[in-house]
Ligand binder design. Structure first.
Ligand code: PSU
Ligand code: MN
Length: 311
């Protein structure tokens, strides 16, 4: 595991020292994934959802080159509101630190930093993955290779439906990343409840997810992530017809405007938010809040197992 120079927020430091449950949260969804001014309000709501379920939120990001686990409200506000916040994947962390940048961490960077800080559970919206056209563009999110080597449980609503979901699942298999559905054997597609692919495994409760984490420790699994795929209920998903139309126009705009690289995901998310007149934003927020709640419950169950005298 990488040794990052990390500043811990006070509350997070206390919780980790005492073995209390902590949930890592990413900042890219705040700075690049959600539109202003909703993003700051939602960032605070995500933290509150973690607290309501009994865990301590640790939102991760970089402020003036300092890598922080557990941003305080002023730091969170800065990443949500100032211009020029960089989107930081793992490879960017050192460069951004050395140049004193403000940056928001992706799933990849958040996972790596959280694991290094000793946090075992992380909540996000949707993972990055293999992009459509990846056979030509080679565009595959660093989220995948990072999860192959990082011991963390990521609660997400599958991968964003803007991706090639089947190819992403194949890559996760190759990379040895465990995938379990939460109360489902169908892989969710972020805005959509069901992305159209079966899963081999599911867990039925936060306690069972904690059992999986405990079994990994017992088996000496010190690298490799666990994806807990938590779908939206069908009646809360984005209307599939609206979704498909919006995706088609978004992909056409990508090609027309020549958008590539790390700009692709923020571009498509922003297109969804404007083209659906806020419908996708409401769905996106629901996804993240539900995942924060589930991640906190898993962290609570996991902490209880670690502190309980063994039977
Ligand atoms: N999930 C969301 N909104 C987002 C992202 C995920 O609901 O903005 C971000 C995450 O930070 C993820 C990143 O790691 O998109 C993937 O970007 P890329 O495809 O460039 O790797
Ligand atoms: Mn990419």
């Amino acid at each position: 595991m990488t040794n990052f120079h990390i500043s811990l927020g006070t509350e997070v430091a206390d919780a980790l020292r005492d073995g209390r449950p902590v949930v890592a949260l990413e900042s890219t969804i705040v700075s690049h994934g959600l539109p202003r001014p909703d993003n700051l309000r939602v960032a605070r709501e995500i933290e509150q959802a973690v607290r309501d379920a009994g865990a301590v939120p640790a939102t991760i990001g970089m402020v003036a080159g300092e890598l922080i686990v557990g941003l305080d409200d002023a730091q969170l506000t800065r990443l949500a509101t100032v211009d020029g916040v960089s989107k930081l994947s793992v490879r960017d962390l050192a460069v951004a630190a050395a140049t004193g940048a403000d940056g928001a961490t992706t799933v990849a960077a958040t996972s790596a930093v959280a694991a290094a800080a000793g946090i075992g559970v992380f909540a996000t919206g949707g993972l990055g993955g293999v992009h459509r056209e990846a056979a030509q563009t080679f565009d595959e999110s660093a989220d995948l290779v990072t999860l192959a080597r990082t011991p963390i449980a990521v609660v997400c609503a599958g991968v964003k439906s803007i991706l090639d979901v089947g190819a992403t699942l194949e890559r996760l298999e190759t990379l040895g990343v465990s995938v379990v559905g939460y109360r489902t054997r169908r892989f969710p597609g972020f805005y959509l409840t069901d992305a159209g692919f079966d899963l081999d495994w599911s867990v039925e409760s936060p306690e069972q997810a904690a059992d999986v984490l405990a079994a990994r420790r017992d088996q000496g699994v010190h690298h490799g992530g666990l994806i807990v795929a938590n779908p939206l209920p069908v009646d809360e998903q984005l209307d599939p017809a609206l979704h498909d139309r919006t995706l088609a126009t978004g992909l056409a705009m990508l090609a027309r405007d020549g958008v590539t690289g790390k700009a692709v995901t923020p571009f498509l998310l922003a297109h969804f938010h404007s083209a659906t007149e806020g419908a996708s934003l409401a769905v996106n927020v629901r996804i993240i809040l539900r995942n924060a709640d589930l991640a906190a419950r898993i962290a609570v169950a996991s902490a209880a197992r670690r502190t309980a005298p063994s039977a």
